[in-house]
Design a protein around this ligand. Structure first.
Ligand SMILES: O=C(O)CNC(=O)[C@H](CS)NC(=O)CCC(=O)C(=O)O
Length: 272
């Protein structure tokens, strides 16, 4: 069995404050060895000044956020997905949204950079979003084989693009850290995530930001864990805290044998 865990937060613009919340929540929860703990998008720094994240962006491999998450994974002997945090790029005016996976010995196992930029208008109190103004889009699909299963990494707005998940090929677990807005969350969060769980016949661990943030943005919460059949195994609608589910990855085999969609897919050649 594998213990899947999503941490819901209302992150602030302050890295130290957010790191302390993660460490406190993990200290109080009974995180089993080899659990997969997933943090939400922008867990370390959310909102604040327009370029708040730019100010705290780290160099890959050499930053306080990476060091603290690596140490936390080692301390709890678990896997930690870093939600996202800003990592410096060649462009001094932009960072990339890094979603890193740390293993139970603190080792860096994967480094995904959010591909789809949320440049949209939403009828909420923020109105228009222009993520590409400060964030450099990634361009690499990342999956990683681990002892607890094959893990695909995606972030927030990525969930709307089925081609990314087709390109991932066979995965047991999809992790999807998010900062979904209240408005689009009400409309699309559950439908999109259930669609990914059902079409990929995989588990989905989707921690979201929740509540009203210091910059006035409102995020939807409803962090959720879904089965390969699309059933809700756990959900946390509001407030900071964990949602978890203990699952048997082998259950996927029965679902796939009964409904071998990957083999029946007539468009498979288009992606992999
Ligand atoms: O910029 C920050 O401070 C934190 N980052 C975010 O909030 C990101 C980019 S603006 N949000 C999303 O991608 C929302 C996607 C979404 O809500 C949808 O696809 O409906």
């Amino acid at each position: 069995m594998v213990n899947l865990v999503a941490l819901q937060m209302t992150s602030t613009p302050h890295v130290e404050e957010n790191l302390n919340i993660v460490e406190k929540e993990m200290a109080t929860a009974d995180i089993e060895r080899d659990s997969l703990v997933v943090l939400p998008e922008c867990f370390a720094c959310f909102g604040g000044k327009e370029k708040g994240q730019l100010a705290v962006a780290e160099v890959k491999g050499d930053g306080i956020i990476q060091q603290r998450l690596s140490a936390l994974a080692k301390q709890h002997q678990c896997y930690i997905v870093s939600g996202t945090f800003p990592v410096k790029t060649q462009n001094p005016d932009k960072f990339s949204a890094a979603c890193m996976l740390f293993g139970p010995n603190g080792e860096l196992l994967a480094d995904y950079r959010k591909i789809h930029m949320f440049d949209v208008s939403v009828n909420d109190n923020t109105g228009s979003y222009k993520e590409s103004a400060t964030t450099e889009a990634g361009n690499e699909v990342v999956t990683v084989r681990t002892p607890i299963g094959n893990i695909g990494l995606a972030v927030c707005y990525d969930v709307r693009f089925p081609g990314l998940f087709s390109a991932m090929g066979e995965i047991d677990i999809l992790v999807l850290p998010a900062a979904f807005t209240q408005r689009t969350g009400e409309a699309h969060w559950h439908a999109l995530l259930k669609a990914r769980a059902i079409e990929k016949q995989c588990y989905v661990v989707a921690p979201n930001q929740s509540g009203v943030h210091q910059n006035g943005r409102e995020t939807y919460g409803h962090s959720i864990i879904l089965s390969p059949w699309g059933d809700t195994l756990g959900e946390r609608k509001t407030e900071t805290g964990f949602v978890s589910a203990s699952v048997d990855i082998a259950e996927r085999e029965t679902i796939k044998q009964n409904m071998p969609v990957a083999e029946h897919n007539r468009f498979r050649s288009h992606f992999v």
